[in-house]
Write a protein that binds this ligand. Sequence first.
Ligand SMILES: Nc1nc2c(ncn2[C@@H]2O[C@H](COP(=O)(O)OP(=O)(O)O)[C@@H](O)[C@H]2O)c(=O)[nH]1
Ligand SMILES: [Mg+2]
Length: 247
Amino acid sequence: MDAPTKQTISVKLVLLGEAAVGKSSLVLRFVSNEFQENKEPTIGAAFLTQKCPLPPNANGGSRSVVKFEIWDTAGQERFASLAPMYYRNAQAAVVVYDIFKPGSFVKARNWVNELKAQKSDIIIALVGNKLDLLDEAADAAGDDDNDDDDDDEDGSNKLVRKVETREGQELADSEGLLFFETSAKSGLNVREVFMAIAAKIPDSAAAAAANKRVVGGGPGGAAGATGADRIDLANGGENNANSNCAC
Ligand SMILES: Nc1nc2c(ncn2[C@@H]2O[C@H](COP(=O)(O)OP(=O)(O)O)[C@@H](O)[C@H]2O)c(=O)[nH]1
Ligand SMILES: [Mg+2]
């Protein structure tokens, strides 16, 4: 009789960050628990969904399900002008950088500034990705301690961390962001990013979202208008949230 009702809360989320920092890989890990070593670059944007149950809330005991509607944008400069279409309706943003590329951290800072200027109430998670490469760095250092850093041909020596955890944490603290260091490759902390965002969705927004059916509209409500590479993985899990659930 009194079975708790399950409400589905749709959360629109956008991924932003320089090209090749691992945005698509983080989404793929979260949605499909997979990793591709040489992932082809995203063209325009990709759309994916994933459901996660939230723990029962203290007052009602009802078990809510968060349905993330994820817009994974392309990082190339030529797509940057399209970004506002994706973040305008978003409740949350994941801003990603590569801990081995300081330029990508500068870019992440710019995205945070732009997001806050345009949409002050958006929930932002700052994510430093490719943490697994640190283990490789440690292994390599163990093998050979000659400091011949000649493999820095393209200015991105993959084995030396260039953005310290402290720098990411300080930016996050000063701007009020969630902060994680992740590995899309190993899966480390990927689920945690999305769970932390879900936990920050305010009750009022959740209730409002629950009352409003979201009909798969694209950015600004114009579904498919950007020619987005649209991959809706929700179909497989739509009937059974738990079987397709990353959380
Ligand atoms: N070692 C490692 N490589 C990663 C990780 N995430 C992404 N990559 C690789 O980095 C490249 C760019 O990834 P992609 O997800 O396409 O980046 P995007 O342009 O930001 O979407 C691909 O070759 C991925 O396999 C990670 O956490 N660790
Ligand atoms: Mg991509």
